[in-house]
Design a protein around this ligand. Structure first.
Ligand code: XMP
Length: 509
C-alpha cells in the first residue's frame, strides 16, 4: 500500500483516487504523521502532495527527514518536489510569477517514471510559485519545460522522483501512465485492491467484531446507508435490524420502494416508522431554514432512539461514513463557518452507548457504488442522486404544509421521470424541484390563475463542494416545465436556477 502525505493541496484526494483506480490501496495522512506511525503503516511507496505554502515560508509544513531514509520510493508532486529538493540539499527559488495552467514538457532521456510516455510536447497542468534552482546531488533532470528547466527530476538509485506539474488532474493526460509507472515499476505494487476483495475482507472483519451481538442501522434509501445495510446483512443476517423513519418529507413512492428492496428482496429485518404527522406537527409555523433543519434532525434522533430501545441486545450501530469525512485534511484556511446544519446521526453512538461500525470508512463515493453493484443492489439505488436528510422540507421555502408537500412531491416525481427518460439522470449530480413562496398570474384556458412557482435545479458536481448549473437541453427544460404546469394543480410557472456554488449552494435552504 501507498502512503500519501498531505500538505494541504486541493488535489490530494484526487491523487488517492487515481492510485485506488489503479487498484492499489492507499491512505491520506497529514504531513506531520509521526515517523513511527509511518513505519507501522509500512508503505510500499510514499507520495508527497502539493501545497499552497512555499518551503521558504516561516512555518512551512515540513516532514520528518527520516521519511526519506525509510528505503521506500518517494514521489514528490509540486510542493512535494520542492520539499524534497529542500530537504536533500538542493535549492528552491521563488519564481517571479506563478505558473498556472497548461504547459508542454520535453522528456529528457529514458526513465522508469516516463516509461510509455511521448518525448516531445507532452501536455501537463502546472500550478506553482516556486521552482527548482539546483537539484540535490544524485538527481538528474527527467523533463523540462520553457518555464521550468526542472519539470521532473529523479534519483533512480534511491527511488526518489518528483514532478513540478500535477499528474493527478485530468488536464495532464499522461498523468495516469506516470502514476502507474511509479506504482508498478518503481514501488512494485500489485493491483489487488478490488471491490470483491473489499467485500470479502469487510464481511470477515464485521463478523469478528460483532460476534453474536446485534446491530442496528438507520436506513435512508440512499446509496451509503443501503450499501452498509446489505453488507451488514451479508455478515450477520437476522441479527441486523434496520430502521427506516418515514418523516413525511420523502419523495413519491420512496417508503414503498425501500420496503420492496430491503424487506422483500433482501429479506432483512426492517422497521418502518410512520412519523409523518409528528414531523409536520413540529414544523408547523416554522419558516427559518436552520430551525427546520434542527427540528427535523432532533426529532429523527428521538424516534430512532425510541425504536432502537425496543430491540433486544443491540450493541452496535452501523453507519455509512465515507473516506472524505474521515480524512484529516490539512487546511490552511482555519475553521470554516457553519453554512448549514447537516442532518446526521453523529451524536447517536455516545448517547445510546453503542459501538460504531463504519465499514465504508475507507471508501470514496464511486467505490461505494462499485461495492453496491458487487452486492447486487439495484441500479436505481446505486445511481441515486443525493437526497438531503431534511428531505423536501428544505425544498419548500417557508412553512411546510401538507398541501405544499403534495405539490412539490408531484413536481419532483415529474422531474425525475423526465430526466430519466431523456437519459440525463445519470449525467448530472442532482436534479430536483423547489417550491417557492411566490405566486404569479397566469392564464389557463380562458381563466386567470394565481398560482405557485416551481424552480428547477439541476447541477453538475464531483463532490458537492463546488457545483455548476447543468446545461441541459432546452427541449428537456420545456418538457419538464410543460408537464409540471399541466399535471400539477396549483403550479402555473417553472423557472430554471442558473446559479453556481459558490456563491450559491445546491439546496435553497
Ligand atoms: P449544499 O446545499 O450545502 O448541499 O450545497 C451540498 C450537498 O449536500 C446535500 N445536503 C445534505 N445531505 N443532509 C444530507 O445528508 C443534509 O442535511 C443535507 N443538506 C444538503 C445536498 O443535497 C447536496 O448534495
Amino acid at each position: 500500500r501507498i502512503l500519501i502525505l498531505d500538505f494541504g493541496s486541493q488535489t490530494t484526494q484526487l491523487i488517492a483516487r487515481r492510485v485506488r483506480e489503479s487498484r492499489v490501496y492507499c491512505e491520506i495522512h497529514p504531513y506531520h504523521m509521526p515517523i513511527e506511525s509511518i513505519r507501522r503503516f509500512a508503505p510500499r511507496g510514499i507520495i508527497l502532495s502539493g501545497s499552497p505554502a512555499s518551503v521558504h515560508d516561516p512555518g512551512a509544513p515540513l516532514v520528518d527527514p527520516a521519511v526519506l531514509s525509510l528505503g521506500c520510493p518517494v514521489l514528490g508532486i509540486c510542493y512535494g518536489m520542492q520539499l524534497m529538493a529542500h530537504l536533500l540539499g538542493g535549492e528552491v527559488e521563488r519564481a517571479e510569477q506563478r505558473e498556472y495552467g497548461p504547459a508542454l514538457i520535453t522528456v529528457e532521456g529514458p526513465s522508469s517514471l516516463f516509461r510509455d510516455i511521448e518525448r516531445e510536447d507532452v501536455r501537463v497542468w502546472m500550478s506553482h510559485g516556486d521552482r527548482i534552482l539546483r537539484m540535490p546531488t544524485g538527481f538528474k533532470v527527467l523533463a523540462s519545460s520553457a518555464n521550468s528547466p526542472v519539470a521532473a527530476m529523479g534519483d533512480p538509485q534511491r527511488g526518489f522522483f518528483a514532478v513540478q506539474f500535477h499528474p493527478e488532474v485530468v488536464h495532464t493526460p499522461c498523468g495516469r501512465t506516470l502514476l502507474d509507472n511509479f506504482l508498478f515499476h518503481i514501488c512494485r505494487c500489485r493491483p489487488t485492491w478490488t471491490m470483491k476483495s473489499f467485500v470479502e475482507a469487510s464481511i470477515e472483519a464485521i463478523r469478528e467484531k460483532v460476534g453474536d451481538g446485534h446491530v442496528i442501522c438507520a436506513l435512508s434509501g440512499g446509496v451509503d446507508s443501503s450499501v452498509v445495510a446489505v453488507l451488514l446483512h451479508k455478515a450477520v443476517g437476522p441479527r441486523l435490524h434496520c430502521i427506516f423513519v418515514d418523516n413525511g418529507l420523502l419523495r413519491k413512492g420512496e417508503s414503498e420502494a425501500v420496503q420492496r428492496v430491503f424487506r422483500d428482496h433482501f429479506d432483512m429485518n426492517l422497521t418502518v416508522v410512520d412519523a409523518a404527522r409528528q414531523f409536520l406537527g413540529r414544523l408547523k409555523g416554522v419558516t427559518d431554514p436552520e430551525e427546520k433543519r434542527k427540528i427535523i434532525g432532533n426529532l429523527f434522533i428521538e424516534i430512532f432512539e425510541r425504536e432502537a430501545q425496543r430491540l433486544p441486545n443491540v450493541r452496535y450501530l452501523a453507519q455509512g461514513t465515507l473516506y472524505p469525512d474521515v480524512i484529516e485534511s490539512v487546511s490552511f484556511k482555519g475553521p470554516s463557518a457553519t453554512i448549514k446544519t447537516h442532518h446526521n446521526v453523529g451524536g447517536l453512538p455516545e448517547r445510546m452507548d453503542l459501538e460504531l461500525i463504519e465499514p465504508l470508512r475507507e471508501l470514496f463515493k464511486d467505490e461505494v457504488r462499485l461495492v453496491g453493484r458487487e452486492l447486487g443492489l439495484p441500479e436505481r439505488i446505486i445511481m441515486r442522486h443525493p437526497f438531503p436528510g431534511p428531505g423536501l422540507a428544505i425544498r419548500i421555502i417557508g412553512e411546510v404544509t401538507p398541501e405544499k408537500l403534495r405539490v412539490l412531491r408531484e413536481a419532483d416525481a415529474l422531474v425525475m421521470e423526465e430526466m430519466e427518460a431523456a437519459g440525463w439522470y445519470d449525467k448530472v449530480w442532482q436534479a430536483f424541484a423547489v417550491l417557492l413562496p411566490v405566486r404569479s398570474v397566469g392564464v389557463m384556458g380562458d381563466e386567470r390563475t394565481y398560482d405557485e412557482v416551481v424552480a428547477l435545479r439541476v447541477v453538475e458536481s464531483v463532490d458537492a463542494m463546488t457545483a455548476d448549473w447543468a446545461r441541459i437541453p432546452y427541449e428537456l427544460m420545456a418538457g419538464i416545465s410543460n408537464r409540471i404546469i399541466n399535471e400539477v394543480p396549483g403550479v402555473n410557472r417553472v423557472v430554471y436556477d442558473i446559479s453556481s456554488k459558490p456563491p450559491s449552494t445546491i439546496e435553497w435552504e
